[in-house]
Design a protein around this ligand. Structure first.
Ligand code: AMP
Ligand code: GLY
Length: 412
């Protein structure tokens, strides 16, 4: 089976690695990919938000399966365009991708499906925003309704800052503040059968101790030894299955990966957000632990045969990933800085270096080409060991002005 992976992040690098381990998969192409992915798979240029270009490329490489990474591509209808060519695709069509593309739509679906989530108001004007803030009280949570690459949410106790964020977005969702630890749980679905993966935890803020602005994600680990017993079953029954049923009932079935971002509050679990694709960086740690061959699994989901897969198999290992970001990320990342020390890092046992924003410059040197540059992954018999390994590798990497969090999976 020839597989085409769309995207260029560390998530796609992890997907390419896992697909190559599946004996059913004969060839992997990635578009557009990055300098690290190019060492593992053929890369082709593509504008991921141009649905027809994605479909043309899928036909051109004779893909039997297309796996779409970025939400921007799904929201633009790339999965619909691929399927219209008769090619199997893992990922929701544009109508179902609205679960991530519009936070207001996601709230509407959750209400209809009786999925537990924060009380929320959809606001367009400053008056509406002001009223919502006063009704809910601090801390204030203001979310851009549309896609914002993980950076559209402001959580603050300052009313002025909350109002200013609302004013800077055409439409916002203002919602109740949820406390308690956050968990990311992914499920693979063909629109009917829902198979949950293992939970992971993401570190969203840029700085140690959860300080500074939100990012796309600075690190992750899995499993969560502290998670309540039965968490996955509870999320499956109260969140994932009702949402998939509701999407089918609306005539816009959801197929692909449904990502539930959850808060485990003192009053029970609540959905913070849905994403409609593999999360980054959680995918790097979840796939490091998955034993079930990935190509067969995603193809079964893409073709309505997920019930034939049965249960998923996992290693007993833990995995931790640390994201190395460029100077200025997330506000204004600088690119073009040389990235060095990767051979030394890769020589640390039980680690791998996945690439996100990397490219080769004119002289063939590896340089940074995006805000998140690398995602270093370590595995081991427990989180502590995996963590020690990933940091041993990360410390060997040199990127001028680069930064990473030093407290990913600390104390777990
Ligand atoms: P989102 O893009 O919706 O996942 O939000 C990004 C991050 O903002 C989340 O991972 C949380 O850390 C934080 N956040 C979002 N919604 C809430 C909420 N209702 N209460 C507290 N924190 C939130
Ligand atoms: N890790 C957060 C995301 O993928 O949106």
């Amino acid at each position: 089976m020839k597989v085409l992976v769309i995207g260029s992040g560390a998530r796609e690098h992890a997907l390419v690695h896992a697909l190559r381990l599946d004996p059913q998969v004969t060839e992997v192409t990635c578009a557009p990919g990055n300098a690290g992915i190019a060492a593992d798979a053929a890369c082709r240029p593509v504008d991921v938000t141009d649905a027809d270009a994605v479909a043309d490329l899928a036909a051109d490489v004779s893909a039997a399966l297309v796996v779409i990474g970025p939400e921007s591509s799904l929201v633009a209808g790339a999965a619909d365009a691929v399927r219209a060519r008769g090619i199997d695709c893992f990922g929701p069509g544009a109508a179902a991708a609205r679960l991530e593309g519009s936070k207001a739509f996601a709230k509407e679906v959750m209400a209809a499906a009786e999925v537990p989530t924060a009380r929320a108001f959809v606001c367009v004007t400053a008056e509406e925003a002001g009223r919502a803030l006063d009704e809910l009280g601090p801390p204030y949570v203001v979310k851009d309704d549309g896609l914002a690459a993980g950076k559209g949410v402001v959580v603050t106790t300052e009313r002025d800052e909350a109002l200013a964020h609302a004013a800077s977005c055409p439409r916002v969702v203002i919602e109740q503040f949820l406390d308690g630890p956050e968990v990311s749980l992914f499920a693979v679905t063909d629109g009917t059968t829902v198979l949950p993966l293992q939970p992971a935890q993401d570190f969203k803020r840029v700085g140690d101790g959860d300080t500074g602005p939100n990012t796309g994600g600075m690190g992750a680990y899995s499993p969560l030894p502290w998670a309540p017993l039965g968490l996955v079953d509870e999320v499956l029954a109260s969140v994932l299955v009702p949402t998939v049923r509701e999407m089918a009932r609306r005539g816009t079935p959801f197929t692909g990966l449904l990502y539930a971002g959850l808060a485990l509050t003192s009053r029970g679990l609540r959905v913070i957000e849905f994403n409609v694709r593999f999360g980054d960086p959680e995918t790097q740690v979840v796939l490091a632990r998955l034993r079930t061959p990935l190509g067969g699994l995603l193809h079964a989901a893409a073709t309505g045969r997920l019930s034939e897969v049965g249960g998923l198999e996992w290693t007993s290992d833990a995995a931790v990933t640390v994201v190395v970001a460029g100077k200025g990320y997330p506000e204004s990342p600088r690119t073009g800085d040389p990235v060095e020390g990767l051979d030394a890092a890769a020589a640390v046992p039980h680690t791998e270096v996945l690439h996100a924003g990397t490219a080769l410059d004119g002289a063939g040197r590896l340089v940074s080409a995006g805000g998140r540059v690398l995602s270093v992954v370590g595995t081991g018999p427990d989180v502590r060991t995996a963590r020690a390994r990933v940091y041993a590798a990360t410390e060997l990497i040199r990127l001028d002005g680069g930064h990473h969090r030093s407290d990913i999976a600390a104390g777990i």
